[in-house]
Design a protein around this ligand. Structure first.
Ligand SMILES: Cc1ncc(COP(=O)(O)O)c(C=O)c1O
Length: 414
């Protein structure tokens, strides 16, 4: 990214994961222009859209155990569709979801959101949605035992905090779902399309979900789109008669530009070998941050797969740093990460984000096109900022003082 003075920035946030193939990719732009110039009969609604057929076919090549694709306009719409399909297909009403989950902010997806900050003031939400801890198979078994649960919805790697599943968790969860007649929905809106080095993150654990949700980067960073990949029998339970052909859908879903953006995005992922790049560059970055964990006491953990990486900070052992850390965290839980995020942007032109409310994890979700030169830039900059955070008289803690004063002022006036 460049600002108006032509200054170059490295964007490790990528529009919350939208720009997996980078911004303004020429192949996506050319494809969209071609579609406009072709004057296709877009959105006839009574038709079978050719471009939707092509995109569906190409998506299913990556996920051969599934048979059908239902298109939507966003991530949250794919979640809504999957919850409705699960209820219709199973004749059950319950939905189980995980603490800290994020699946979007419309009413169905908000009802399976595991963060109170998003839910509060908007209730009542959908009934019969049960929250369980992530990585807890015993809790899942208890929740499913009623045999009233239509679906378990889960992000293979949780975006809030970059929480990775324990080995055996996702397979165990799938086995429990099978045992209790519950559908397994993998929300791959953030993790999908090569982000973690595989087309789907679930592939790392050999899981075959009943429904897979995609959105974000399928848009090519240009046209909003979402896709639910699912088993035929589930689809057929919903759309089983002509008069039910319209029981779920949306006016703009399957529009030609969205479908073309999706097709072009898949072509770029293949031709530029972005999944392979995510694996290689991701491993390099993980290694570099693990090295920092050895050198810096404030760096507590490094998690992730491919180019979805979380760097967790935590309270220091040494007394001199402890007092400053406590002051910040008492003023506002999670404030410390701003001491890293702000100088990274101001001094090093690197855009990052904190991975959730009251969170100590900084999240990297860059374009999958990241190069070794970009990694040099990232490693050099993080090292400088984190080293400064360990110097009690460093510039970072002068900023910390300002942040504490602001937090205290904000609290006093609220
Ligand atoms: C895992 C996951 N699911 C669903 C969504 C919702 O997608 P959208 O913002 O397109 O509605 C998000 C958005 O961040 C997400 O990360």
């Amino acid at each position: 990214m460049y600002d108006r003075n032509g200054e170059r920035y490295l964007d490790l946030l990528s529009g919350w994961g939208v720009f997996a193939i980078g911004r303004n990719h020429p192949h996506v732009r050319e494809t969209l222009k071609q579609v406009l110039d072709s004057d296709f009969p877009n959105l006839v609604q009574m038709d079978v859209s050719a471009l939707a057929g092509v995109l569906a076919e190409r998506l299913l090549r990556y996920v051969p155990h599934l048979d059908k694709v239902f298109f939507a306009n966003s991530g949250t719409e794919t979640v809504e569709a999957s919850l409705k399909f699960a209820r219709a297909a199973t004749g059950r009403t319950g939905i189980v979801y995980c603490a800290h989950a994020f699946h979007g902010l419309s009413y169905g997806s908000l009802s399976v959101n595991g963060d109170e900050v998003f839910r509060s003031r908007f209730g009542p939400l959908l009934p019969e949605c049960t929250q369980i801890p992530f990585n807890d198979l015993a809790a899942l078994e208890r929740a499913l035992a009623s045999r009233q649960v239509a679906a378990f919805i889960v992000e293979p790697i949780q975006g809030k905090g970059i929480i990775t599943p324990d080995d055996g968790y996702l397979q165990g969860a799938l086995d429990l779902c099978r045992k209790h007649g519950t559908l397994f929905i993998a929300d791959e809106v953030q993790t999908g399309l090569g982000r973690t080095g595989r087309f789907l993150a679930v592939e790392h654990w050999g899981i075959e979900p009943d429904m897979v949700l995609l959105a974000k980067s399928l848009s090519g960073g240009q046209v909003p789109v979402g896709a639910v990949l699912l088993r035929k029998w589930i689809f057929d339970k919903v759309f089983d008669r002509m008069d039910r052909a319209v029981v779920h859908g949306s006016t703009f879903a399957k529009n030609d530009l969205a479908m073309a953006a999706g097709i072009a995005t898949l072509e770029v992922i293949e031709s530029e070998r972005l999944m392979q790049n995510a694996t290689r560059i991701g491993a390099r970055l993980l290694g570099a941050f693990e090295g920092m964990m050895q050198r810096y006491e404030l760096v507590k953990a490094v998690r992730g797969k491919g180019l979805m990486i979380g760097i967790e900070f935590g309270g220091p052992r040494s007394l001199k740093l402890k007092a400053s850390w406590n002051l910040l965290e008492t003023a506002s839980n999670g404030l410390f990460c701003q001491l890293i995020v702000i100088p990274l942007l101001q001094d090093h032109k690197i855009l990052t984000q904190v991975a959730g409310h009251a969170n100590h994890t900084i999240k990297l979700l860059p374009a999958l096109t990241l190069s070794d030169a970009d990694c040099d830039w990232i490693e050099r900059s993080f090292d400088a900022v984190v080293a400064d955070a360990h110097r009690i008289h460093g510039a970072v803690w002068t900023l910390g003082k300002t942040l504490v004063e602001n937090a205290v002022r904000a609290r006093a006036s609220s």
